[in-house]
Design a binder for this molecule. Structure first.
Ligand code: FAD
Length: 468
């Protein structure tokens, strides 16, 4: 490549904080422009790649069938989908920038070693809108690391950045602690921040949510603790978004505290009744199709006593959803099921009986709203309401599973970070750390990787141009 690799302490052309999708997209782009690039990744090598390694797909605009994507998915439809889920709480300029650039990203991803496959079957039907990664996010991350190595990008693992040195309107370097050793300074001509949200700092989550947060599970990496986000905010950089806003879904309560990934998600809710610790139902399980409702159930369970729920089905429904990695709790009658779940058998029996009595005859259709609703029940179940009466019975415990938080740094269309007194001259941000600029609330499947890929590439390009 003919490019000189700096000494470890720099100065590097570009230091990138984080080692997930956004960081890698920035690194590849900057290295291809001929810059010396250092990635500082907090995780050990075997766990590199942050939340990105858990992902499955990328939401992509396309004006004609492209790769594995069928039909078309235009800017207006994509933006409308985003507007609905965010209830308008989005920065339209940044959102449209992401949407438009996704079309160019997909071929770029392929050129950098990502292989795609058609959408997986299951409850989320996304073949037109989302391109799935063959081998999942782990394969994507590994492909990018391979290209990064070939381009001469240096990577240090177990490297936790604690401080970004801002002087005036510029960063002059970062403080990093490697494998727990004392922090040392690394000089940089430009810095890209791609170190994710703060969801794995449980104290911060508790300050935002109150004590309920102690019962939340974190679906992704334990390394996204918002250290750099907090450091920048403490230095006067404005933040965007609300610390309680995040992507939060109902996952299997037996999932590990961190890093359970996609296989702990539960998709049985629409075919079940969901009760709380007291054996009472608390929300319409059949309000709408699952792709439109799955992202609200984390918050619903978070609002229940002890932040726990139980999804109960009978043998008629076992094959209607993608199974979780954990087998369900099984029993031959409701009383036995209640005992196995630690619930009051009388209360649960009463709830199931009241639900069954409110069900009506009618056509059941699992993949569309079938209008098979309860009558005279509060809350109602508006679709897929069939009596729970065919043993054996099954239950899954539900807990809130946080995917990522939305509080972030403020950026402009060039990914440049807003400092205390206007834009910083040489600091860019990409991915979850700035997602709050676009996601005020709600979520659209495949949009996290869209934000990270688009803004990662922009950050890499702009940083490279800055140090030219
Ligand atoms: C289970 C799961 C499934 C998901 N599925 C999808 C999907 O299919 N499609 C989609 O679009 N989105 C999905 N998402 C969301 C998606 O993962 C994120 O939006 C995206 O990966 C964010 O990329 P990122 O590079 O900003 O963050 P990450 O990939 O999380 O990378 C952040 C990096 O920063 C490092 N880091 C953190 N702090 C420091 C520090 N102080 N110093 C140095 N390094 C640090 C971390 O180790 C990590 O490598 C999913 C998330 C989860 C948890």
């Amino acid at each position: 490549m003919g490019r000189r690799t700096p000494r470890p302490e720099g100065p590097w052309d570009i230091v990138i904080v984080g080692g997930g999708n956004a960081a890698l997209c920035a690194a590849l782009t900057a290295a291809e422009a001929g810059r010396s690039v250092l990635i500082l990744e907090a995780a050990p090598e075997s766990y590199r790649g942050g939340n990105s390694r858990h992902t499955r797909n990328f939401r992509c605009m396309h004006r004609q069938p492209m790769s594995v994507l069928t039909e078309t998915y235009g800017e207006e439809e994509y933006f409308d989908d985003l507007r609905v889920v965010t209830k308008g709480e989005t920065d339209e300029t940044l959102a449209r920038l992401v949407i438009r650039e996704t079309e160019e990203c997909l071929p770029w991803m392929r050129r950098h070693g990502v292989h795609f496959q058609p959408s997986l079957s299951g409850t989320l039907s996304l073949s037109r809108t989302n391109a799935f990664f063959l081998g999942g996010g782990k394969a994507l991350v590994n492909a990018y690391y391979n290209v990064a190595r070939d381009l001469g990008v240096s990577v240090v693992y177990e490297a936790r950045v604690d401080h970004v040195h801002i002087e005036g309107d510029r960063a002059i370097g970062v403080d990093v602690s490697v494998a727990g050793a004392a922090a040392r300074r690394i000089a940089a001509r430009a810095v890209v921040l791609a170190s994710g949200g703060f969801q794995s700092d449980l104290d911060w989550l508790t300050r935002a949510w109150g004590p309920a947060a102690a019962n939340f599970l974190i679906r992704g990496t334990p390394h996204n603790r918002g250290v750099v986000l907090k450091n920048m905010i403490d230095q006067g950089c404005p933040s965007v978004g609300d610390p309680t806003q995040c992507h939060c879904v109902a996952i299997d309560g037996r999932a590990p505290k961190f890093d359970g990934g996609i296989c702990t998600r539960l998709d049985c809710v629409p075919f079940s009744i969901v009760v709380n610790r007291d054996g009472d139902r608390f929300y319409d399980e059949g309000e709408d199709t699952w792709p439109k409702r799955y992202a609200i159930w984390g918050r619903l369970v978070a609002a229940q006593p002890d932040q726990i729920g139980f999804s109960i089905i009978d043998s008629k429904s076992t094959d209607l959803f993608m199974p979780s990695v954990f087998p369900p709790i099984r029993a031959d009658d409701i009383e036995e099921l209640a005992e196995k779940l630690g619930l009051d058998p009388v209360r649960l029996g009463r709830t199931v009986a009241a639900f069954n009595a409110a069900c009506q005859d009618g056509r059941f259709h699992p993949t569309e709203r079938d209008g098979l609703t309860t009558i005279g029940l509060d809350p109602p179940k508006s679709n897929w309401a069939r009596p729970i009466d065919t043993p054996p019975y099954f239950a899954y415990q539900l807990r809130p599973g946080v995917t990522f938080t939305y509080l972030g740094l403020k950026v402009d269309t060039t990914a440049r970070v807003e400092g205390p007194h206007g834009r910083l001259a040489n600091v860019w941000a990409a991915g979850e750390i700035m997602a709050g600029s676009i996601l005020g609330r709600g979520y659209l499947a495949g949009f996290g990787m869209a934000i990270g890929t688009v803004f990662g590439r922009i950050a890499g390009r702009e940083a490279a141009a800055h140090v030219a």
